[in-house]
Design a protein around this ligand. Structure first.
Ligand SMILES: NC(=O)c1ccc[n+]([C@@H]2O[C@H](COP(=O)([O-])OP(=O)(O)OC[C@H]3O[C@@H](n4cnc5c(N)ncnc54)[C@H](OP(=O)(O)O)[C@@H]3O)[C@@H](O)[C@H]2O)c1
Length: 283
């Protein structure tokens, strides 16, 4: 039996759809069962802050698809350790952990990198059999900026020439579900990326070519960019993390291209040019 955490989230719902399509036996771990309004499936109460609640949820579970939480770094480190402790105590056979591409950079400035490094090493030290999926930056993260550029003819970011091999949540979700279902794909470290990497100027060029626009790329300073994110109602810790992420982008941390997702999903991942085109067509 599979249990998926983060089941109410954007990614979790896509994984659940994949598990349903594959007729897999699973339960969705949710924090507030009464408020759940996602895909119809069996639910289990789970909270990363509560070890005994998780122990209870993990009874009769073999495999956990562990989608990283969204708290601040220090809090998240403890939450993830709680989950691994609970899994160990309940003799979980396998954990598939959704990690992040920057974990290979010891100098990463993105604050959540430290959390993912900690979770990966805590998981390894636990002795629980596990698979790690290091995901690149979701292409959906720049949807708001793409729409803003279509409306206002300017695309704003603070990264310079660094490239990102954007991946769609759908491709990550399909891959996580496939790994949970197919035991022969487990016990490895995968890196999920798109098939090509793009700078923000490349994204603007794609928009102009594919959507017949004349959008200009506008490079913001870190201070101005962070203020923009805070004005858009992002919590301060998240605005700070995303602003500093620019350093990792320009250092090339996100430019890495890997075929793992093609191998697991048996198809090419969505390219951001097609994603941009679909937004242009519907906006
Ligand atoms: N690769 C990228 O570009 C990228 C970008 C953004 C995020 N991420 C990571 O990927 C994860 C999934 O992305 P997403 O878009 O699906 O995020 P999301 O929509 O924010 O979903 C996060 C999920 O985590 C659950 N969660 C948070 N705290 C919890 C707790 N204490 N106990 C149990 N569940 C808890 C949330 O449950 P509730 O509904 O109860 O809040 C929600 O289901 C994120 O959490 C983040 O770690 C990656």
């Amino acid at each position: 039996m599979i249990l998926i955490t983060g089941a109410t989230g954007n990614l979790g719902q896509l994984v659940i759809k994949e598990l349903l399509n594959n007729k897999a036996e699973f339960v969705a771990g949710v924090r507030n069962i009464n408020k759940y309004n996602g895909h119809h499936c069996n639910l289990e109460y789970i909270d990363y802050d509560n070890l005994s609640v998780m122990k209870n949820a993990f009874k009769n579970i073999d495999t956990i698809i562990f989608i990283s939480g969204n708290a601040e770094t220090e809090h998240r480190i403890q939450q993830h350790r709680n989950l691994i402790d609970a899994a160990k105590q309940e003799n979980i056979k396998h954990i598939i952990y959704l990690s992040f591409i920057t974990v290979t950079d010891p100098h990463s400035k993105f604050s959540f990198t430290r959390q993912h490094i900690d979770t990966e090493s805590y998981l390894k030290a636990s002795g629980i059999s596990h698979t790690i999926v290091r995901s690149c930056w979701y292409m959906e993260n720049i949807k708001t900026e793409i729409i803003n550029a279509l409306d206002n003819q300017v695309f704003i970011d603070n990264s310079n020439t660094g490239k990102i091999s954007f991946i769609s949540r759908q491709d990550v979700a399909k891959g996580l579900a496939q790994i949970a279902i197919n035991v022969n794909l487990q016990d490895r470290i995968y890196t999920f990326t798109g098939s090509a990497a793009y700078s923000m100027q490349n994204i603007v060029d794609l928009m102009n070519a594919n959507c017949h626009k004349q959008i200009k790329y506008t490079l913001y300073s870190d201070n101005d960019y962070k203020k923009r994110l805070i004005d858009a109602k992002l919590p301060e810790f998240l605005a700070e993390a995303i602003t500093l992420n620019r350093v990792d982008i320009d250092n090339g941390d996100y430019a890495f291209i890997c075929q793992d997702v093609n191998f697991i999903n048996k198809k090419l991942p969505l390219d951001i040019s097609d994603y941009i085109f679909s937004i242009c067509c519907t906006h």
